[in-house]
Write a protein that binds this ligand. Structure first.
Ligand code: ATP
Ligand code: MG
Length: 203
């Protein structure tokens, strides 16, 4: 099986799931995040970064396309990969992705690309695709694999949608469904079952 589905009810739980996933990651891995504005892609990346033990400060890079978070020698995972966090929201195509030279950092980093679907698949033979879906008001939404809001191909300011999504109330935890699809030889035979369970470690 190459598809897994998880659900979380809080932002913290989404970060914990990402933290559990981080323990399976190594330099060279590519993660492609999709899901509508405010779905939790950056929140997920923060959990990943915390567990990878990279420099904190992971935010939605509204204007900065790429941020490199170096591994911290005094963090929980010294000597581990850096985290390269990309927001491809404003990039219209794979060609524009090539302009930012992710190949240079990929070998020493875990590369996470928000809005990366249909833009970064050519960068590596294997990838994890993770779609975050707001389950609000729709207990069992049907989202076929690869389904993304069309809005992400049009450059627009996320703030424009402030009326649609509740950006002001950042403490409001809501349910999310996370769909994980593992593509390529890197992930062959790897079982992601239990990623949403509390971590066995205390920190
Ligand atoms: N279960 C949940 N999982 C993740 N985030 C949640 C959850 N419940 C509530 N939230 C909140 O939803 C918001 C998600 O914002 P975030 O910036 O991570 O989204 P995003 O997908 O990166 O958006 P954008 O496309 O604008 O970059 C945060 O304020 C977070 O606290
Ligand atoms: Mg974001």
């Amino acid at each position: 099986m190459t598809n897994w589905e998880f659900s979380t009810t809080t932002a913290e739980a989404t970060q914990r799931l990402a933290g559990n996933l981080a323990k399976l990651l190594r330099a060279g891995d590519l993660i492609v995040l999709s899901g509508e504005l405010g779905a939790g892609k950056t929140t997920f990346t923060q959990g990943l970064g915390r567990s990878l033990g990279v420099r904190p400060g992971i935010i939605s890079p509204t204007f900065v396309l790429v941020r490199i978070h170096p591994n911290l020698a005094d963090g929980p995972n010294p000597g581990g990969p850096d985290l390269v966090h990309v927001d491809a929201y404003r990039l219209a195509s794979a060609a524009e992705i090539d302009d930012i030279d992710l190949e240079n950092t990929m070998d020493s980093s875990v590369t996470v690309v928000e809005w990366g679907a249909d833009r970064v698949e050519h960068l590596a033979p294997s990838r994890l695709e993770i779609e975050l879906v707001r389950a609000l008001g729709s207990p069992t939404p049907e989202h076929p694999a690869g389904d993304r809001p069309a809005s992400n191909v049009v450059a627009q300011n996320p703030q424009d949608d402030a009326g649609t999504f509740d950006f002001d109330d950042e403490d409001d935890d809501e349910p999310r469904v996370l769909r994980l699809r593992a593509v390529g030889p890197r992930w062959a035979g790897i079982d992601f079952t239990g990623l949403d369970r509390p971590s066995k470690t205390t920190e």
